[in-house]
Ligand binder design. Structure first.
Ligand SMILES: NC(=O)c1ccc[n+]([C@@H]2O[C@H](COP(=O)([O-])OP(=O)(O)OC[C@H]3O[C@@H](n4cnc5c(N)ncnc54)[C@H](O)[C@@H]3O)[C@@H](O)[C@H]2O)c1
Length: 304
């Protein structure tokens, strides 16, 4: 069993990853500046260090074997308005973290990257060797971090595993602002308000349930060298079909509010996760309908 430092562990995905690591017998230290995340999200079995990745206290690395690096700003439209904020927090922040790791002699990192690095893909499903050409500054920050990780692997012998998430969703997603489709659809429907839908819902996405996504982080612990894996269901879903499935589960409909185009969005993406399956046997297990039911239950419970 290992001791893992989870940056961004007070956020949506980090809190699920922390829980599954602890359930699997690992020890966890969460490092989060609480700019977005909340203390209450952190499992009580984990140690919480409130700090910024740009200034990680040396003590946070005590007995740590690996870092799972999830801390970052994630709002695509905000990154289009303020690219420097994303370069500073995400890119410089990660290099600061890598330098702190080097000083502490911790040389193993799993990084939360994104399908955004592919921009508008030439071929579907997207494989890991597809060209990297991000369409927005958030995606560019992920691509830049990936390059630095490759350099730390080549120059300093870091073991690096890059996980490119497609569209995670599930209980606990409470971003402020929320720019992701599924939480916005469900919250609007439960409040009997119109569903905010960009591009008339014609886009194609690969929605990956949070517990499947979190499990992949445990599965890749111990990988050595430099690795890149997509994490998706391999099923492209038309976004408006997600809305219809939500109506179906709820047993009622609300009007749809077509918001038109949104800067920085791509028309279609879905993953090939064949590589992750081949190397560690990981596969998405939760169907969209099952995942949506659990997610609707979560929002029902908090909106009561
Ligand atoms: N949610 C998605 O759809 C999605 C998709 C692809 C990739 N990702 C990546 O997964 C990771 C987690 O995303 P999430 O949805 O859980 O976001 P989140 O905002 O819920 O969590 C991110 C956490 O990082 C913390 N943080 C941000 N900057 C920090 C800094 N400088 N120092 C310390 N802590 C800092 C925030 O307080 C927050 O708790 C991010 O790196 C994100 O880019 C997310």
């Amino acid at each position: 069993m290992s001791k893992i430092l989870v940056t961004g562990g007070a956020g949506f995905i980090g809190s699920h990853v922390t829980k599954i690591l602890l359930d699997s017998g690992h020890k966890v230290v969460v490092l989060d500046n609480l700019s977005q995340g909340k203390k209450e999200n952190v499992d009580s079995r984990a140690e919480l260090v409130v700090a910024d990745i740009r200034n990680t206290p040396e003590a946070a690395f005590k007995d740590v074997d690996s870092v799972i690096h999830m801390a970052g700003l994630i709002v695509v439209p905000e990154s289009v308005k303020d690219p420097i904020k994303y370069a500073d927090n995400n890119v410089i922040g990660t290099i600061d973290l890598l330098e702190s790791m080097r000083k502490a002699n911790v040389k193993s990192i799993i990084f939360s990257s994104s399908a955004c690095v592919y921009g508008s893909p030439e071929n579907l499903p997207i494989k890991e060797d597809a060209p990297v050409h991000p369409d927005n500054p958030y995606g560019a920050s992920k691509a830049a971090i990936e390059s630095f990780l490759q350099a730390y692997n080549a120059n300093f012998g870091f073991n690096v595993t890059i996980l490119r998430y497609f569209n995670p969703y599930g209980p606990g997603e409470m971003h402020q602002p929320e720019t992701h489709a599924i939480p916005n659809f469900i919250k609007a429907a439960l409040a009997k308000k119109p569903i905010p839908l960009y591009w008339n819902g014609e886009q194609i996405r690969d929605f990956i349930y949070i517990e499947d996504l979190a499990r992949a982080h445990v599965d890749v612990l111990g990988q050595t060298g430099y690795n890149i894996f997509n994490i998706g269901t391999e099923k492209g879903v038309v976004v408006k079909d997600v809305v219809y499935e939500i109506f179906n589960i709820l047993g009622f409909k609300v009007p749809i509010n077509n918001l038109g185009k949104r800067l920085g969005d791509v028309q279609a993406n879905y993953a090939s996760s064949e590589k992750l399956k081949k190397v560690v046997g990981w596969q998405a297990k939760v169907s969209l309908s099952e995942g949506l039911k659990k997610t609707i239950d979560f929002y029902r419970s908090i909106l009561k």
